[in-house]
Design a binder for this molecule. Sequence first.
Ligand code: NAD
Ligand code: DAU
Length: 341
Amino acid sequence: MKILITGGAGFIGSNFIRYILKTHPDHRVVNLDALTYAGNLENLRAVAEAEGGGPRARYQFVKGDIREVKLVDRIVADGVEAIINFAAESHVDRSIDNAGIFIETNVLGTQVLLDAALRHQVQRYVQISTDEVYGSLGPTGKFTESTPIAPNSPYSASKAGADLLVRSYYETFKLPALITRCSNNYGPYQFPEKLIPLFITNALSDQHLPLYGDGLNVRDWIHVEDHCAAIDCVLHRGTPGEVYNIGGNCEKTNREITRIILQELDKPESLIRFVKDRPGHDRRYAIDSTKIMRELGWAQNYNFQTGMQETVTWYSHNREWWTRVKSGEYRDFYQRWYGNR
Ligand code: NAD
Ligand code: DAU
C-alpha cells in the first residue's frame, strides 16, 4: 500500500512513519510536510538514511503545504492508495495567541486533501482528530463517539470543523473516510511547547515549570506508540464513515504529572510556578475506547510509569535535539506567552 502521510515531520507523524515502515514491510510512505516551527526532519533522519533515495525506497519526503492544490493533486495522482492527515497547527495556546493559521491549515488544508482523495478515488482517508472536539468533562463520565461536539478553543474548533467536513464527504460523496479522536500523547520527539516535554526540558535546565491555574486540570495520557498502533488498526480494519476514540485510560492532574517529572529528575518542587490560567481551559478529558478495542481489537501496550521513565530518559539523552528546537522562533513565542504571566 502506498500511503500519503501529511505532517509526518511532527511528533505523532514521525513516530507513525517509523511504526508503519517497521510493522508493514509492504507499505510505502510519502511524507508531505510544510516544515513549520513544529516540523523537524531530524525526527526521521534514521528512516531517511535506512531507506536511501533510490527508486525502491519505501520512504519519500516532499516539502510542501497541504493547502497547495496542485502539489497535493500531483502526489495523490501518483498511485496513492490511502491518506492519513496528521498535518495541523496543534498547540492550544498558539491558537489563543493567533487563530488564523489554525483555520487555514486545519480546515482549508483538510478540504484540499479530501478533494484530491475524491478525484483520485483513494481507498482510505484517515483524519487524525482529537478528543478536544468534545469540549470539557465534569468530575465523572467519559467521552464516547456519540458525545456531542462542543469545542472550547480556536484549535479544537478548527479540528471540529475539519471533522465535520470529513463526515460530509463520506455522506455526500461516499468517500471512504474515517476519523480518530485521541487523548493527550506523550513520548519521544514531542515539541517542547506541550506540557510534558516543556516541563522535562525546563526542569533539566533548572527553569521554572509554569503550571496554569490551580494545576488540577485532568488529561488522559497515552504513549504515542499506542496511538500509532490504534491508527494502524483504523487504517486497515476500520469501517468507513465511523469515528474511533482512542484513550490511555490514565487520568492525571497536571500537578501529578509535574511531581512525577520532578521526582524522575530529582529536582526540587520549588521549580513549580503557579501562573495565570489558560483562557477557556478545559477542566477534564477522559476517553472511552471501548469501540476500537471491541471492534478492531486494539489494546494498549504501554504502562504509564514505564512510558514516562523512558520519555524522561529520552529527553535527558537528547539535549541537543531540544536545545536546537527551543531556540529561534520558539524563544519569541515563550517570551510573549509566559513573559508577563
Ligand atoms: P505537531 O505540531 O508536532 O506536528 C504537526 C506537523 O504538521 C508538523 O510537522 C508541521 O510542520 C506540519 N504542518 C503544519 N502545517 C502544515 C501544512 N499547512 N502543510 C503541511 N504540513 C503542515 O503535531 P502532533 O502533536 O504530532 O499532532 C499531529 C496530529 O494529531 C494533529 O492533527 C493533532 O491535532 C492530532 N492530535 C494530537 C494529539 C497530541 O497529544 N499531540 C492528540 C490527539 C490528536
Ligand atoms: O487531548 C488531545 C490534545 O492534547 C491534542 O489535540 C493537542 O494537539 C495537544 O496539544 C494536547 O492539548 P492540551 O491543551 O491538553 O495539551 P498541553 O500540553 O498544551 O497542556 C496539557 C495540560 O497542561 C493542560 O491542562 C494545560 C496545562 N499546561 C500546559 C502548558 C503548555 C500548563 O499547566 N502549563 C503549560 O505551560
